[in-house]
Design a protein around this ligand. Sequence first.
Ligand code: ZN
Length: 499
Amino acid sequence: MTLSAAIEELNILEKNMHAYRHAMGVLSLDSATCAPAASAPARSETMGVLSEARYRLLVNPRTEEMLRTLREQAAALDVPVRRRVEVLWESYQDTTRIPVREYVDYSRLCAQADAVWHRAKEENDFAAFAPYLEKLVAYNRRFAGYKTGFATPYDALLDDYEKGATTAMLDPYFASLRARLTPLIRAVSEKPAPRTDFLHLRYPLPEQRLFSQRLMALLGLDPARCVIGETEHPFTDGFNRWDVRITTHYQEYDVSASMYSVIHEGGHALYELGMGEDLQFTCLADGASMGIHESQSRFYENLIGRSLPFCKALLPVMRECFPEQMRDVDVPTLYRAVNVSRPSLIRTEADELTYPLHIMIRYELEKRLIAGDMKVAELPEAWNAMYREYLGVEVPDDRQGVLQDTHWSGGAFGYFPSYALGSAYGAQMLARMEQEMDVWGAVERGDLQPVTAWLGEKLHRHGKLFTPAQALQSACGAPFDPDCYADYLTKKYSGLYAL
Ligand code: ZN
């Protein structure tokens, strides 16, 4: 195969892979938003056909030959093409490393485990879920063994979600973060709680839907390329830079729930919308990693969306949409209310300050499980003990404890750290941005365009051209500095609670 023939084949392959991803993405979005209940079995047939066809596109002798040809002549390729080959080769290896039989059995186990977990959570019955979790842990330990070059099996799993992240890097990061956050959380919890009653008045859904449109406009999301839907659990799916979907979930008596979902998912969407036109229809039109994607959503949600200047821009919009509910609310009151911090039981409802501790607990526990240092049967007790030690809260039952997250039932071990890394990456980007431009003047005016343009230039347009470490270096001009995040939280919460 000649070099030019191989490049031509690469272009066709990626265009085809995009088409399958696009079609499957629209189908799953449809299923999560508006498809009728009886449509599930037929759709899963269709999905089966499409995912098999997509698998065969990548895994076949012809594609392997093409990728080998390009890898052998990597020096002759320009940088983006070389990176595309590298990314596809990695995903080819990931797909073929696990024997097909084992992969099929594992997928079936995940589907069963997920159904069992749903029931076990509802009925507060960890014992029912435990045998499935044991099998999932065993599979993941074996899968980790199929990858080489990692210090521990858990490191191999981490790499699936955040390339380059290791326990050697995460252990000291989490240890120092915990050492700095623990006294801060204690000091905050000794202060009187701010007023939040107005967030929990009745906010009718039609008004909330209009408010979402106003928020999307405030974020600068192009309505011709990004629309919003409603789902049980909010998410973002970017098919390409001309079609990005976000979803939210409205709660009649909690206006901030959907408000911050829209801003969070809006952050993911801005990243997808900002990816270079030259990368479209290639595997590089994607986030640099889970953690980098999460850095963008959390950047808009917390660093911008929960800042005082943003509250100044937000309050007039809220007053227009909800004149009655916001009648006696001023900017400082709104700012304090959306930043209320209290140690709690549920990760997804945790505030910005206590959130990282929820992640650390999961990180420690899954590390022990995958290392074989802890049995699944010991997990609930270990979970409860860590919540007591890290957050000072008593876990009343497994439903609000070890059974709360869906990740482990889906076989995702090593995923949680991406969330905490994302927040830290975001804080470091903000520190750099503040050195280079007047971030807060623009935010206060309700103009996020300069902020998004900065991120777009340094991060968004490059998509997956860079590894996570390179992406961070490109945005911040420096390697990962975990202290930025603790500095940011200390400064913010010391001000908020007058510590
Ligand atoms: Zn997210």
